[in-house]
Design a protein around this ligand. Structure first.
Ligand code: CP3
Length: 347
């Protein structure tokens, strides 16, 4: 006898689709990482950081670790935003304690010489890791794919490393706007294909990380952040109709409303400095809000953590909320504090 079984609801996907959930679904940016002993063990076994990203079994394993330990509502595929420049032929290295290193890309000639298409073989292990993760994951857990926004990825490509305010890319964009636009275009096209393929490989939704959106004046923000993200949202939905997309334009403050209107994302991840009344009125009326516990409150623990958790719930719990941090969890965070946060969020 043939009968169909309704798949169990995914609380996080429900919120992206328009529902309010109490308690809110919860996960943490960088939830697989060095604060977990089981991550450090696999990381050591893998050798280099990119070896970990590009070995599907290991990437799937570290993606699942925080779900097993904490029961989060979302798993985010373990990878990095810099796999995109890697697939465009730029050497990417991760040196211990120093963050990423690339060969700087700071002339119009170098940008013109970038390949038109990313190397498909580079991304294949990421898709395989998504398939393995999906197969092992509780169906109620939302699986997230991701990429960096073109602006943020470009800041690392131009400078060759992270800087306090990404001045090298800002300067290059002023001095060589046409060359910089060509770089942003290349990243935009690559990101559309990459995110659509992640959704086809089993991701339920994707997040676009624009960690450095907040260093730009409004005019530059509209051109280099909002417009390319809009193109990605439209391009991905043309390939995968109804694709659910979360944006994270970190640090943009009052431009958040503008970002939501211009890009068409389903949710925005907000940093801890976002002003609650503004976000409720201008942002949460249109899209779901994800965030925004200060990662330092999670390190501090105790009453400071409890108060910070309650603030997030009070500020945004009346609308569509995905509980998260305002940025990634830091390596020195005690595991007991994550457990305390979860008990408080889930009541
Ligand atoms: O959220 C997750 O758990 C998924 C995995 C993930 C990583 N990087 C793994 C990682 C995600 C979503 C990212 C995104 C990313 N990578 C961003 C955007 C989000 C943000 O945090 O701002 C950026 C700017 C990068 C670039 C990058 N990768 C930097 C600056 C660094 C060094 C910082 C650090 O913590 O060392 C990385 C390395 C990196 N990416 C690590 C992890 C777990 C640490 C490397 C290690 O384990 O040795």
């Amino acid at each position: 006898m043939a009968f169909s079984v309704t798949p169990p609801a995914k609380p996080l996907l429900d919120v992206l689709s328009g529902a309010r959930r109490v308690p809110p679904p919860v996960w943490m940016m960088r939830q697989a990482g060095r604060y977990l002993p089981e991550y450090r063990a696999v990381r050591e076994k893998a050798g280099g950081f990119l070896d970990l990203c590009f070995t599907p079994e290991l990437a799937a394993e570290v993606t699942l670790q925080p779900i097993r330990r904490f029961g989060f509502d979302a798993a985010i595929i373990f990878s990095d935003i810099l796999v995109v420049p890697h697939a465009l032929g730029r050497a990417v290295r991760f040196e211990a304690g120093e963050g990423p290193r690339l060969d700087p890309l700071d002339t119009a000639e170098q940008i013109a010489a970038l390949p038109t298409r990313a190397d498909a073989a580079t991304f294949a292990p990421v898709y395989e890791a998504l398939r393995l993760t999906r197969a092992a994951l509780d169906p109620a857990v939302t699986l997230l794919g991701f990429c960096g926004a073109p602006w943020t990825v470009a800041t690392y490509m131009v400078a060759g490393h992270g800087t306090p305010d990404q001045a090298p890319a800002r300067m290059f964009a002023y001095r060589e706007p046409q060359a910089f636009a060509a770089l942003i275009d290349r990243l935009t096209e690559t990101s559309i294909d990459y995110l659509a393929a992640q959704l086809q490989a089993g991701a339920d939704a994707v997040q676009i990380f624009d960690t450095w959106a907040g260093v730009l004046p409004p005019r530059e923000f509209a051109r280099w952040c909002a417009a390319p993200v809009r193109r990605i949202v439209e391009g991905v939905r043309a390939k995968v109709p109804g694709a659910k997309i979360i944006g994270f334009p970190r640090g943009v403050g009052a431009l958040l409303g503008d970002f939501v209107e211009r890009t068409g994302v389903d949710a925005v991840s907000i940093d801890w400095a976002a002003e609650p009344a503004f976000v409720r009125e201008r942002v949460q009326t249109r899209v779901a809000v994800q965030g925004n516990l200060d990662p330092l409150a999670l390190i501090a623990g105790g009453d400071a953590l409890d108060r910070a958790v309650d603030d997030v719930l009070e500020n945004f719990g009346t609308g569509r909320l995905i509980f998260n941090l305002g940025h990634g969890i830091q390596p020195q965070t005690p595991i007991a504090h994550v457990e305390r946060m979860l008990r408080r969020v889930r009541g």
